[in-house]
Ligand binder design. Structure first.
Ligand SMILES: CC(C)(COP(=O)(O)OP(=O)(O)OC[C@H]1O[C@@H](n2cnc3c(N)ncnc32)[C@H](O)[C@@H]1OP(=O)(O)O)[C@@H](O)C(=O)NCCC(=O)NCCS
Length: 180
C-alpha cells in the first residue's frame, strides 16, 4: 500500500472489477488501445493484476481517493511479456477514469510508484511505453522525469500496419531519478 497527499494505492478487491470494466469500455479512456475491453476481459485483467500483487507485493495498484472514491483506476508497476523488444524490464503504467483526469492524480501516484521502484525494490531502471499519439501519457512520463529513449518499437500485440502499432519507449534510471 502506498500513500500520497491525496491518494491511496492499494491491493484490488472484487468491488473494483465493475468500475474497472466500465472504465475500459469508455472510448476516450481506451483511445490509444486497439479496441475497447469487454466486461469479461476487464474482469480477467483485474483478477490477474490482483493475483500478481498477491504473489509479488507490488503491481498495478488500485487507486483510491480516501473518503471520496473507492476506485478511480490503476497506477503501478508491471513486468511486460518477454516478446517486448526491451524485456526483461519493469514498466510503470496508468489508467484512470476520465472524470479524474486533469487533477494531477496520475502524476502524483506515479511519483510515489517510482520512489517505491527505486527505494524499496532497488530497481536500476524503469520504462514506460505508449502510442505515438498518447500525449497525456507522454506528459506524465516527462513530469516524473522519464526521457524518450528514441527506441520506438512495434508493439507485438498490435496487428501489422495498425496506426497504433508504433510505440515510444521512455526510461528513467535510478541515478537519474536520484539527481531529480
Ligand atoms: C494518461 C492519464 C493517466 C493522464 O491523466 P492526467 O489527468 O492527464 O494526468 P495528470 O495526473 O498528470 O494531470 C494532468 C493535469 O492535471 C492538472 N492539475 C489540476 N490540479 C492539479 C494538481 N493539484 N496537481 C497537479 N496537476 C493538477 C494539471 O493542469 C495537469 O496538466 P499539466 O501538467 O499539463 O499542467 C489519463 O489520460 C488516462 O488514464 N488515459 C487513458 C489510459 C492511457 O492511455 N494510459 C496509458 C496507456 S500506455
Amino acid at each position: 500500500m502506498l500513500k500520497t497527499d491525496r491518494l491511496l494505492l492499494r491491493q484490488w478487491t472484487e468491488d473494483d472489477f465493475l468500475p474497472f470494466a466500465e472504465m475500459c469500455c469508455d472510448k476516450e479512456v481506451m483511445a490509444h488501445f486497439p479496441k475497447l475491453q469487454t466486461r469479461d476481459e476487464s474482469y480477467e485483467m483485474g483478477k490477474k493484476i490482483l493475483s500478481l500483487i498477491n504473489e509479488r507485493g507490488w503491481g498495478f495498484w488500485a487507486v483510491e481517493i480516501p473518503n471520496q472514491y473507492k476506485f478511480i483506476g490503476f497506477v503501478g508497476l508491471h513486468t511486460p511479456k518477454d516478446s517486448m523488444p526491451f524485456s526483461p524490464c519493469v514498466e510503470i503504467g496508468w489508467r484512470l477514469s476520465k472524470e479524474h483526469w486533469n487533477k494531477g492524480y496520475a502524476t502524483e501516484a506515479a511519483e510515489a510508484v517510482l520512489e517505491y521502484a527505486f527505494n524499496t525494490l532497488d530497481l536500476e531502471e524503469v520504462v514506460s511505453f505508449t502510442t505515438l499519439a498518447n500525449e497525456r501519457s507522454k506528459a506524465v512520463m516527462k513530469k516524473i522525469g522519464m526521457c524518450d529513449s528514441n527506441q520506438n518499437f512495434m508493439h507485438p500485440d498490435v496487428e501489422d500496419f495498425h496506426p497504433q502499432r508504433e510505440h515510444v519507449l521512455y526510461k528513467i534510471t535510478k541515478s537519474a531519478w536520484q539527481k531529480n
